[in-house]
Design a protein around this ligand. Structure first.
Ligand code: CP
Ligand code: NVA
Length: 293
């Protein structure tokens, strides 16, 4: 049966744990060609309706390193942009390629694509979910702290796609997620271990402090209001001082230094964001190995 990866809930705890270990093997063996034939003879469509640096490049490079052929398809280049249905696009792409990675402006598009496809569909970001990002987040935490069960992560800022996926996928791994967001910017109740509007409460003793942009793709019309509402939720040296001595700083990027994170923290010695960005590659290679037949 074809397996999709749309919200991250599709992976059981043991599969997630095996995937992260495999990602570490792929990372360690990258220069010696570990996994080099996993996607031999396979083509993977990478559909992007929105801009991307990390997701696009890490998937394109990852597919190539696994011996497959990546096909970058911009939404506006497909007949989808001229009214061809998502279902028909899914049916046709499934006759050519062995998996579809898609970044879309609506989660319904990704869900509909998965409904129509007979090959795995991987969510490369929607306004609601960003599960591939969470795999890299967990891989970075696993590298630094080993066992993820009980690792305390404070997410401070907009309760957006990145926060929601971290709660969902981190929950599978046993991560203790605390989210600090203002009213109106919260993820759904019960998804995180702690839900607060006090960044200090979330950061207290945490092993990692995580933030993301205040203005996500699609939120541009509300930019001014968002910056004002989220101003108190900046990740800075003072907030970091409330975390554990071993705490690292995470950000999915792109960052806006001076807004959601200060420059000293983003580029400081506790920052793990560049490893986190690199880990997109290794985690997604492990995901492709798991899903693509
Ligand atoms: N973190 C992330 O998904 O980055 P891109 O938007 O550059 O893909
Ligand atoms: N929350 C951000 C993440 C970008 C990787 C957005 O959706 O634009």
């Amino acid at each position: 049966m074809v397996r999709h990866f749309l919200t991250g809930e599709e992976l059981a705890q043991d599969e997630l744990s095996a995937l992260l270990d495999r990602a570490l093997e792929l990372k360690a063996g990258r220069n010696s060609g570990e996994g080099a034939n996993a996607l031999a003879g396979r083509s993977i469509a990478l559909v992007f309706e929105k801009p991307s640096t990390r997701t696009r490049v890490s998937f394109e490079v990852g597919v190539a390193e696994l011996g497959g052929t990546p096909l970058i398809l911009r939404g506006d280049e497909l007949q989808l942009s001229r009214g061809e249905s998502v279902g028909d696009t899914a049916r046709v792409l499934s006759r050519y390629v062995h998996a579809i990675v898609v970044r879309a402006g609506s989660h319904d598009v990704v869900a509909e694509l998965a409904d129509g496809a007979t090959v795995p569909v991987i969510n490369g970001l929607t306004p609601e979910h960003h599960p591939c990002q969470s795999l890299a987040d967990l891989l970075t935490l696993h590298e630094r702290f080993g066992d993820l069960d009980g690792v305390r992560v404070a997410y401070v800022g907009d309760g957006n796609n990145v926060a929601r996926s971290l709660a969902v996928v981190g929950g599978v791994a046993g991560v203790e997620l605390r989210v600090a967001s203002p009213g109106g910017y919260r993820i759904e109740p019960g998804l995180a271990a702690l839900d607060t509007d006090d960044p200090r409460e979330a950061a207290d003793g945490a092993d990692a402090i995580y933030t993301d942009v205040w203005v996500s793709m699609g939120d541009e019309a509300e930019a001014k209001r968002r910056r004002a509402d989220l101003a108190r939720f900046q990740v800075n040296a003072e907030l970091l001082a409330a975390a554990s001595e071993r705490a690292i700083v995470l950000h999915c990027l792109p960052a806006h230094p001076g807004e959601e994170i200060t420059e000293d923290v983003l580029y400081g010695e506790r920052s793990a964001v560049w490893d986190q960005a690199e880990n997109r590659l290794h985690a997604q290679k492990a995901l492709l190995e798991l899903l693509v037949r």
